[in-house]
Design a protein around this ligand. Structure first.
Ligand SMILES: Nc1nc(=O)c2c([nH]1)NC[C@@H]1CN(c3ccc(C(=O)N[C@@H](CCC(=O)O)C(=O)O)cc3)C=[N+]21
Length: 286
């Protein structure tokens, strides 16, 4: 079994990003900038945001973390986004999800300038991605595609089963795979006989948030399994949606958790921030 080591690959990408940032600073005399908005005090969200800020710092990207209490109104959040939209030094804007219940996520995501939408969650970018046009790709599916590329995993003509149909992982993942000419099946919690689908898959990508859901009897010999799940067990252990120990002798390639898709998400966010900074001139001349 080949371990798809996201930690190592993300470290390589971060080095690439660092060199690209240095080049931009030198040639364009600008510093790529990222704003992260964190609403409320969810511990997991705070950890992810801190990792993103550190990754920016290491790469030479200017970053600001804007923390807001969960008592803010939707209007206040919209005003903050608007200020960031109008700040030329901020190339990327990311609103950490999930947001408190009294705030409408769609309204917030639609308020971000699509040219600063480094998460790729704005409908403008989602639509362009579906149509295979140049766009910001959401970091997690983008990171998975980068892993395939790194390991020369061919997608064209392959049967790929995506388990989970969320807007942030399953749906964009399926779109990117369709664009790569894979034969894609998307399963969800209502799927009848999940195993009948996964047994036919050359590649299974799972993102549902159920610890150890995918087991060896559900995949064919030599299957490639990508585990997007991150679940914190009661004992504090971090585990995926795939049962790694159970699957490892049956798969040709497998991602670990932690150290798999998670770190790739952060690396691709940095890539998207560079992309956004390369749009600065075009963006600000409008
Ligand atoms: N607007 C928005 N954009 C996001 O990209 C976004 C978000 N909201 N909300 C939450 C999810 C989750 N997410 C992760 C990022 C890094 C790791 C990561 O680096 N994980 C490490 C372990 C981290 C740990 O130890 O807790 C690993 O898997 O090895 C995981 C998950 C980004 N998200």
């Amino acid at each position: 079994m080949i371990l798809l080591d996201g930690k190592a690959l993300s470290a390589k990408i971060k080095e690439e990003v660092k060199a690209e940032v240095a080049q931009i600073v030198k040639e364009k005399e600008i510093t790529p900038g990222l704003a992260v908005i964190l609403v409320g005090n969810d511990a997991a969200s705070a950890t992810y945001v801190a990792s993103k800020a550190k990754a920016c710092k290491d790469a030479g990207i200017y970053s600001v973390v804007h923390e807001m209490p969960d008592t803010i109104t939707q209007e206040e959040l919209l005003q903050t986004i608007n200020l960031m939209n109008n700040n030329p030094k901020l190339d990327g804007i990311l609103v950490q999800l999930p947001l408190p219940k009294h705030i409408d996520t769609t309204t917030i995501l639609e308020a971000i300038n699509p040219l600063k939408d480094v998460d790729g969650f704005h409908p403008y970018n989602v639509g362009r991605m579906v149509s295979n046009l140049d766009s910001f790709l959401s970091a997690t599916p983008f990171g998975v595609m980068r892993m395939f590329e790194e390991h020369n995993i061919e997608l064209s003509g392959k049967n790929v089963v995506v388990i989970g149909s969320s807007d942030i992982v399953g749906k964009p993942m399926a779109s990117l795979l369709i664009n790569a000419k894979a034969t894609v099946t998307v399963c969800n919690s209502r799927t009848k006989d999940l195993k009948s689908h996964t047994l036919k898959a050359d590649i299974v990508i799972i993102a549902v948030g159920v610890p150890y859901l995918l087991k060896e009897d559900m995949v064919k010999d030599g299957a490639i399994v990508i585990d997007v799940g991150i679940n914190r067990l009661e004992n504090g252990k971090l585990v995926g949606d795939a049962d790694f120990e159970n699957l490892k002798n049956k798969c040709s390639h497998l991602t670990p958790v932690p150290g798999g898709v998670g770190p790739m998400t952060i690396a691709m966010l940095l890539k998207n921030t560079i992309k956004a900074s390369n749009l600065r001139e075009k963006r600000e001349s409008k």
